[in-house]
Design a protein around this ligand. Sequence first.
Ligand code: ADP
Ligand code: MG
Length: 588
Amino acid sequence: MPIRPLSTLLINQIAAGEVVERPANVAKELIENAIDAGATRIEVLVDGGGRERLRVIDDGCGIPVDELALAISPHATSKIDALEDLDAIATMGFRGEALASIGAVSRMILTSRTHDSNEGGRITVEGDHVEGPAPAGCPPGTTVDVHQLFARTPARRKFLKSDGAETRRVRELMLRLALSNPSIAFALVSGDRTLLDLSATTDPRRRVLDVLGGELDDQLIEVDCTDEEASIGIWGLVGRPAVARPTTRHLHLFLNGRPIVDRSLSHAIREAYRGLIDPGRTPTAVVFLELDPGRVDVNVHPTKTEVRLRDDRLVYSRLRHAIIDALSEHDLTAAVHVADPQDRSTPPAQREFGARRVAEPPLPLRPSGSKGFDARSAREAMDVPEAPAPSLLAVTGSIPVMQVHGSYIVAEDDDGVVIIDQHALHERIMFSTLLERVLEGPLDSQRLLAPAMVDADSEQLDGLERIGPLLAKLGIEAEAMGPAAVGIHAIPVLLLERKVDIVEFMAELLAKAGGGSLPPDEEAALQEVLDMMSCRAAVKAGEQLNESEMAELMRQRDLVERSSRCPHGRPTTLRLSLEDLEKQFGRR
Ligand code: ADP
Ligand code: MG
């Protein structure tokens, strides 16, 4: 085939392939235009999941009749003028190709009226056929009415999911945009069903609750931090550990008002919850970052959901610390969930959050006879020797404590009874102590008489080189010895004292370093390794503790931040409140 220039229609259809994959993308482009136009209310109507018809109605500034034809032509925009503008984009759109692209893959009717004119105008685009502009009677604002999306590009149409699934995507997209635009009212109607109706509010917290669910009201902690020097602003609402979710659906990140997807920043948020939630779960968090627009390149992805940041490490670390600080101001000790004695019929089932109000972690005390946690079978499974009868009673300060089943410490505090997992708590304490120490300088280390040898493959040897500085901080001295082994010359005293199998420990560390599963951030990587060390060095379940050991654990517990969760995110401590006890025993 000879070389020929592409027709405008084909160019637009190809461009459409980049921005409009499905109805939700069309909705996104049109809603963003409405936001840019200063709308106070945006209504979206869909039929057949948006492929039959999708309408976006706004009350924004409108388009003058004589600019209608320009609005639908490719690379025509009112939002940027020069290349420099790209460095300081404040609007959602700027590429000037959305309307042209959508028109190329549908029949699109654009009706608009500016606030200072008595009459509006209408223009219709169908592929490369344009009709109008013609005068039209309409209220001020803009309506874009998209019919038969992808009718002429059947390949694309084939990839669409069911109507319901496409509608859900539109709804999710609207929720995201609604989070960052609380002052705009949003409505979504599918056929004759209203799926979304958010009224405008001046309170961003209100909007977050409207979107994520009002039952989160007492579960959200505010993060508010401005670093003038680095010109980074962070505001957000993050959930208590109990409302972390198995999916990422409740993690929303915004950069300068734009919803973004960013692995590194999401990681920063997760890292802030290290030790507070199970690593398989995702925190509930709605976080708005404000950065100098000159530091952000939004033009790396046609739909602008991915961005590139200058000095992303600084932003990573600020974000992580802002959330850690906010969380540390709250008591996050888990409560034992006790069923209401009035209603003993069924034990509370574990449900997705949102369905119930009870907040703290789903650890129902099950009625006896059901297949709940049973210490005896658990200890058998763990191969832990039977402990002597619970007898040790130590007194720490004024608080009596005792060890039960060789694994738990039971004590009293102001609000009730606390039950502590000795391994989890000790692990937590070690982790915090080590972290604090390592920030002051390398950990104390002990040279070995002869090097301990660990097998390693070439990736692991590369990994060893990469984590050299990290090892130095930890007081570990190790080097490649030959092509397939690492010799360990010195190890932290702590590991020696706690009789940790150093070869096993190093093998695990090398596997992580070689497999690239250590976090990229230096501090986060350090924490991960300290985490491994603490886990191995901590007292185990089934280890008898004497009075002074227990007393010491309890003393340190009070000193250590976040002692309510072990570094892995399992709780170290459960609290059974006096109030619950009284209820259970019918005293109130
Ligand atoms: P971009 O948003 O990148 O500028 P679009 O193709 O989405 O490109 O829109 C082209 C132009 O049409 C916009 O720059 C804007 O001037 C105008 N426009 C589009 N939608 C609206 C709207 N809902 N209200 C007012 N003006 C609009
Ligand atoms: Mg646009």
